[in-house]
Design a binder for this molecule. Sequence first.
Ligand code: GLU
Length: 480
Amino acid sequence: MKVRTRFAPSPTGFMHIGNLRTALYSYLFARHNGGEFILRIEDTDKERYVEGAVDLVYRTLDTVGFKIDESPIHGGNCGPYVQSERKEIYKEYAHKLVELGGAYYCFCDKERLESLTDEDGNRKYDKHCLSLSKEEVEEKLKAGVPYVIRQNVPKSGMTSYQDLVYGQIDIDCADLEDQVLLKSDGMPTYNFANVIDDHLMGITHVTRGNEYLSSTPKYNLIYKSFGWEPPKYVHLPPIMKDAQRKLSKRYGDANFEDFIGKGYLPEAIINYIALLGWAPKGEIEKMDIDTLTELFDVDGISKSGSIFDEAKMKWLNSLYIKELPAERFSELAKPWYEKSVIAGKYDYEKWNVLLQSRVEVLSDILEKVKFIEEFGDYDLELFFHKKLKADANLGLIALKGAKEAIEAIEDFNEENLSLALAEKAEAMGMKKGQMLWSVRVGLTGAAVTPGGAVEMGGILGKEKCLERLDYSIKMIESKL
Ligand code: GLU
């Protein structure tokens, strides 16, 4: 049998890392097994519906490059793939389930339901309407009394299943309620729709958050009433914000698009979230989607939650950035240069060479280029460096020599600058390192820069180099 998995998000807001990880594991499981991956939109809860959220799901799956076999956009033989367009289907099956004895009409009004609440505020439906005769039900339906359809859960006995991650799950039917399957407006609840859809869409493996672990036996009772084979279940451990708290969409935690906005690469995010609850055999951590697909297995999924660690995701991101082809880095970095203090100045290509190996996320570019525009009165300590034997005079001499050397360069480029500085150092009987240190500081005033004297000179160009050396010479002279 061909493996078929699905991702079934409810369009209730942004895509958080937890949603995306569920999608990823469903996707990897399907691909690893040569199966199919289906996207279904679960939009029956109109109150929680958020405008634009469906598009966000499409956009996110597209950004991370999942190949979808069936969806509202891709079509397929089991559509529609949007639950609000499947109302008639649920209605038909809900009525069938009533005929089969797995569900019943309930006409209880709000007051009666409220009267079932005990002192602790708990309420459990008392199967009142299950005892209505066929005639009584017919009569009420004819009279147009509003109704819901409830699941008829056995009063006693165990309902069990074998979860592929959590193992044997047993629930006492006495602890289950006869939940509403079809609401009075004709809309199904999740409890019903997920069963009908997973069955009709031929889903073989359901991969979803473990908050559904204990309600799944109830869904299996519905499968049983219909005489259907339930799918296999792969419930996933939670992603935690810290040791106590789950990552929460409600509190705006870990929004995928925010990370993209900060300059994370989709492939690095995917790699990182694959590791939040799963580990391959062996020590590897950096895995692209093809490797993940090859290695993914249910055995590697853990039962306990993993803490979301942005620092680790950053580290992985830096590895992916380093590996980008130069043209791709250039494309991705450009918008960040445009937003930075060097917008419209200098040659971005020269920065690319320096920064590709030095940024963890693309937004680091904003900070990393700042120093070049912050040149001004700086700390003379930089010239009392051990390289200059703690003698700023040596630095001053180097800068004066460098100025002469640069003035004499006709065709100013990094190669000629490097040569000119080396020759000058030699002619002055100075170590090359002393010359380069002095020039780098003299050109930037910074203790650390993402490149040496030659790269900094290359970025600044001849005229600016001379201006800055002049400034530094005067500054040192005035302070010594
Ligand atoms: N719509 C449900 C959710 O977003 C999906 C649960 C499931 O995968 O069955 O939580």
